[in-house]
Design a protein around this ligand. Sequence first.
Ligand SMILES: O=C1O[C@H](COP(=O)(O)O)[C@@H](O)[C@H](O)[C@H]1O
Length: 251
Amino acid sequence: MAGIFKFASKDDLSEAVGDHVLRVTQEAAEKDKFLVALSGGSLPKLLAAGLLKHQDEIDFSKWHVFFADERHVPHDHEDSNMLACKNEFLAKIPGIKEDQVYGIDYSVPVEEAAQRYQVAIEAVTGVSAASGAPPPSFDLVLLGMGPDGHTCSLFPGHELLKETEHWVAPIKDSPKPPSERITLTYPVLNVAANVFFLAAGKSKEDVLPLTAGLTAEGLNELGEAALPAARVRPVSGKLAWFVDEEAAAKL
Ligand SMILES: O=C1O[C@H](COP(=O)(O)O)[C@@H](O)[C@H](O)[C@H]1O
């Protein structure tokens, strides 16, 4: 089972995540690049206060910000995960410049957009998928989870859960609109150095025991039948869940 941190309110949760992000950046102080993947949904709002609180202590100049998943829409579209993150905190942090934030190319078909996003990750990390090298390790991946147990744009029962080759994949039939999206895949998620899930609210209470609360043995037994969020288990990185009391009611 992952480390689970439980809080009385969303504000407390946000503050704790901010403290942990600060700690992780301090631990990576000797690195010249800090690779982050952000999510959309409820996460940008949940994360904002905690992160902004530490904006003078975190060296954002090293940050390269990608999105764990993104909807195939223009950058100023209300469904854009990047826009949500910009509105909530990215645009409020002077240390993060426009060219440190990697949006998808929505002007090309979603398959091409996914491929180009992987190329963008290759360019920043210097790791080439074609060379057969293992995927690069993000320093910090911040994930949300839907009430159905999806995370990123990895949905229960979807073919993409079986992806073993690509780091970024397109999806054209997302059960949650909009239908076209790109998403990081397990090969890259599960080599991250730190994965933090943020989950708050009653709509998550039924799914928390099946994801955050699932033991390693339980995961082994379920195998591919486990919910997408439960299958994010970094092989040597750290996994932590930040949840509020409402979400944790059935844990
Ligand atoms: O569609 C998405 O949903 C998930 C979960 O969203 P939430 O509102 O239930 O937190 C989110 O993590 C993902 O980035 C987003 O594209």
